[in-house]
Design a protein around this ligand. Structure first.
Ligand SMILES: [Zn+2]
Length: 437
């Protein structure tokens, strides 16, 4: 039997009255292509383009692998090449894409085909508009999975042209991993589950960015009121609920707190919660990223300066310690602070007074200091990069914010919150988002 002998009328078993429908012996579904397009849009909005591409590629791959396995034994193929061709023929019969062989095949390639009327390119254009790169991810994944099973080794198909990026037709080539060499490296992450982990990190980062933009916007409107309840912290997981509970209790005690955890886990949010739940909530909350600026600038930012203290100091200016008077000052990325600056910070914490750069008098400040870092400060202390006395002064209480991978129960809620925030910001310029709740 040849691949071209596959006939829809023989493959499709259906009861005209409805019920279970089978295609090539497998239970199949008649599915609206637009619904799949909406799902694609939802995935891209939730996981970013790379995350969505990974999910759809692996979905296609698994489908392709399974199909090859089923077809192998289902029909008496004339030879192996007919079985290999049957995957494309099946996809054509199922209406996903019309697979054709190019008129002039490049003989050195393991596989090469033209894809007409790809439902994926069509839906991508419909839901998301023109793309910069090929988008037939499920189909490419299917072809890779199918050929990998047939070949008994890794085969990867790459879409060279795609309707969704303005080409007349989609075209795809397949080679073994060895044949591709280094050229395939950029495509491999989409076949690997780790690619989704990256997407979750991106969601967390983007969430943080949206929060920052929201805060900046509120500030610009003169309404920098603290958020209610948990200061925007999303907590469904036990790990995060424990941290928040502890933060609430610590908030009532006017001590310094060291917030630790990896970048992007929400350390600043937690610091904000401590401020909001403390008796200082009516005062200012000021945060500074100590790692983002050179030492001299940081000193003038924190402690202020007198007029003429250095070139460009055209007037007296109070620093952030004074700006936070009566409230809370968050020293973010405290682990990045230089040794001389550590001495100055220690003195300020001990004396509860600051001296502006270029002045010789001290000013009393009433500030609760919170510090945050993604470094292991104790290791820094052992390595003599961080002063032990400052460490103990900052770490009266330590709160460790667990990374997202340790609180997976928060992932969906974070993603939803991010989506809603992004939607509010853009006022849903692309219309309503189906399925979101
Ligand atoms: Zn395409």
């Amino acid at each position: 039997m040849k691949a071209s002998d596959l006939d829809l009328r023989e493959l499709l078993e259906l009861d005209p009255k409805g019920g279970v429908l089978r295609f090539a012996g497998q239970r199949s579904l008649l599915f609206d292509a637009v619904a799949l397009g909406l799902l694609r849009r939802e995935l891209i909005q939730l996981l970013g383009q790379a995350g969505a591409r990974g999910v759809l590629t692996r979905f296609g791959y698994a489908h392709g692998w399974r199909t090859a396995e089923t077809l192998k034994s289902a029909f008496p193929w004339d030879d192996e090449s007919e079985w290999k061709r049957a995957g494309g023929r099946l996809h054509t019969l199922q209406g996903l894409v019309v697979v054709e062989m190019p008129a002039h095949q490049r003989t050195h390639l393991l596989a090469e085909s033209l894809w007409q009327d790809s439902y994926e390119a069509e839906q991508h254009l419909l839901q998301l508009g023109r793309s910069e790169e090929p988008v037939c991810w499920t189909l490419t994944g299917f072809a890779s999975g199918y050929l990998s099973f047939c070949n008994g080794g890794e085969v990867y198909c790459v879409e060279e042209r795609c309707r969704a990026k303005g080409d007349a037709v989609c075209s795809v080539v397949g080679r073994t991993r060895e044949e591709w060499g280094a050229e395939i490296e950029t495509h491999l992450p989409f076949y690997d589950r780790a690619c989704l982990e990256g997407a979750l990190d991106r969601v967390a980062t983007e969430l943080k960015q949206v929060e920052q933009r929201l805060r900046a916007r509120k500030k610009a409107l003169g309404a920098d009121a603290p958020d209610t309840n948990t200061s925007g912290l999303i907590a469904h997981s036990d790990a995060m609920l424990r941290v928040i509970d502890l933060a609430r209790r610590v908030a009532k005690v006017d001590s310094t707190v060291l917030v630790t955890g990896e970048s992007g886990v929400g350390k600043e949010r937690l610091a904000r919660l401590i401020h909001d739940e403390s008796t200082r909530t009516g005062g200012p909350f000021v945060a500074i990223n100590c790692g983002a600026m050179p030492e001299t600038l940081l000193e003038s930012e924190l402690f202020g300066h007198a007029k003429g203290a250095f070139t460009g100091a055209t007037q007296d200016r109070p620093g952030l310690f004074e700006a936070a008077n009566g409230g809370t000052l968050l020293l973010d990325e405290i682990g990045e602070v230089s040794a001389p600056m550590q001495v100055k910070l220690l003195r300020t914490l001990q004396e509860r007074e600051v001296r502006r750069v270029g002045e010789n008098k001290n000013r009393k400040v009433d500030v609760r200091v919170l510090a945050a870092t993604n470094r292991d400060l104790l290791t820094e202390v052992h390595a003599a990069r961080f002063r032990q006395d400052l460490y103990y002064r900052l770490r009266v209480v330590e709160l460790r914010v667990p990374p997202l991978r340790e609180r997976r129960a928060d992932v969906l809620a974070l993603a939803r919150t991010f989506l809603k925030a992004a939607c509010r910001l853009s006022r849903c310029s692309t219309g309503s988002i189906p399925f979101s709740s």
